[in-house]
Structure formats: C-alpha cells, structure tokens
Design a protein around this ligand. Sequence first.
Ligand code: KIV
Length: 252
Amino acid sequence: MNATEKFREMKRRGQRITALTAYDYPTARLLDESGLDIILVGDSLGMVVLGYEDTTQVTLDEMLHHTRAVARGVKRALIVADMPIHSYDTAEESVETARLFMKAGAQAVKLEGGVNHVPQIEAIVSAGIPFMGHIGMLPQSVREEGGYRVKGRTHEQAEALRRDARAVETAGAFSVVLEIVAPETAKMISQAIQIPTIGIGSGKDCDGQILVTHDLIGLFPWFTPKFVAPEANVAEQIRNAARAFVARTRGG
Ligand code: KIV
C-alpha cells in the first residue's frame, strides 16, 4: 500500500489522521519522532516564521528552501508541501511547481481551491504526484475575502463546499484540508466523500486534524486562532531563557 492509499484506508477504519506544520529541520525531526502521520510545509511559513502579514507574499523559492530543510529531518511521516500563490495559475505551471517540490524532498503537494482548480489538480495527479486538496477558508485569498471568516454556514455555502470536495476527490486528491468550515458542514462533507478530510478549525468530525505548530506550542504569542488550545508556551520559555542569559552575563 502506498502512502496515499494508507490515508484512505485509515478513513475506512475510522483511524484519525494527525498532521502539523514544520518549516525547519529541528521541528520536522521532533514532530517526526513524535509519530505524526503528515508534516505539512505550509505557506503559513510566511506569517509565523518570515513575519509577513499573510501568506500572499510567500515565494516559491522560500517554500522550496524550507521544504529541503524539513525533508532532511523526516524519516517516516508523509511530507506535504504547500504550493504558494501564483505558482499554479495554469495546469502546466502546476506540474512544473509540483515537480520542483518533489525534487526538494516533498512526497505530496497541496494547493488552495476546489471546482475552479480541477485542471491543475488533474495535471498534478496525472504526472504521478500525490495531491492534497484545501477548501473552505483559503488564506491565499484573504485579501479578496476581507478576513479569515467561517465558511459553510449557509445551505448554499455548504452545498458549494460539498461540490468543491467532490471535485477535488474526483480529480484524484488523496485527502482534503477543510479550513474554518462550520462543524456541521465539515461533518456532512466528511460523510459525503471517500477521501479523508483533515480539519483546521472545522470541528471534531473531520477524519483528521491539522494545526500550525507555532499555534499548538505557543511560539507565536502575538496571535492565536480562537479554535486552538495551545499545549505549551514556548514563547515564554524562550523569553525566560534569554532573560536568564542576559542576567547571568551582565551579573558577571
Ligand atoms: O499553510 C498552512 O499551514 C496550511 C494549514 C493551515 C492547513 O495550509
């Protein structure tokens, strides 16, 4: 069974899929050692590591650089890399970009979009590259959308999302991220398709869960999404260690 079939099988068996983001070697290695199923080199990199306002400024070169670092640290989890904005505007460009990510050490790629990105997804899958979908709130469209808002609250929105999920599945994706989707809609979609849904801020009924690691471990204290319950406060530990070092050094 290849890695992507494994995730469909996990859904069939009711086994929850675990995924977190990583952007560097030590984090990737630590997460891999913790037994995660999927490590995503997310373009959230732009916000939590590079200090951009949103993900729309992340470049392909930046994503490839961080994918290489993550690949050096991972032995068993599936490495998925995010295709940044404007790196998949056409089907041809999508395949070129996806191939660059595979060369950098990714084992699958993800892009944001549903029905309107079927040609890109089909081209990637036809090139033999495993593909993960991403529907719901699409951070690369945050400027047009005017913010990070819950999707799938109305019947119309829920039906549009169901069509997106089906389109992504039919085009050959092995799983699909549902970002900030109303929990009842996320549940309905999870029951409507055969590939696993991986939720972020989309309730407990998805087939798996993904978070930005910085949110989970409290390493980006200036903003934490409402749906995250941090498991650590690494930012405070860094501050305390630095303060202790400053005091020790100045104190002679
Ligand atoms: O970029 C990212 O980290 C993501 C997750 C939020 C799913 O796409």
